[in-house]
Write a protein of this length. Structure first.
Length: 145
């Protein structure tokens, strides 16, 4: 009886570990979801294939992120009143997406390197976007309504 329970527990632990390993092999992944008032996030990643996703819904949203390396991606979605995004990526083949829906939106994006892509979509009242890209073959799209 003891052996059967131990074997079952070990099998379940092995299945969980085996399914988690492929996600770790491709770089670090961070998902942050904040629902409420006075939301803030600060994140930094260095390396290859990093993923950062931030979802904020509330009143006073702020997201400051840094990624250094290649083939990294950042996605920030904010819905609320006082939204701010300040993101820095340095390296090549990085992707950044910002979606803001609310009243006082701002987005400041800096990318250095080559073949980086940025998209900023702002729907709300007092939109402001600033994108600085240093390098070659970089792309940016800004949509404001």
């Amino acid at each position: 009886m003891f052996f059967a329970k131990t074997f079952k527990t070990a099998s379940i632990a092995l299945m969980i570990t085996a399914t988690a390993l492929p996600a770790l092999a491709n770089g670090h992944q961070i998902w942050v979801e904040q629902w409420g008032v006075n939301n803030q996030v600060g994140g930094g990643q260095t390396g290859h294939g990093q993923r950062l996703r931030v979802v904020q819904s509330g009143h006073s949203n702020l997201s400051i992120n840094t990624q250094d390396g290649h083939h990294n991606s950042t996605s920030v979605g904010q819905a609320g009143s006082n939204n701010v995004v300040d993101t820095h990526q340095c390296g090549g083949h990085n992707v950044l997406g910002v979606g803001q829906i609310g009243s006082n939106n701002q987005a400041a994006v800096t990318q250095c390197g080559h073949r980086n892509v940025t998209a900023v979509v702002q729907v709300g009242h007092n939109n402001s976007a600033g994108v600085v890209q240093v390098g070659v073959n970089n792309s940016v799209a800004i949509v404001q309504d």
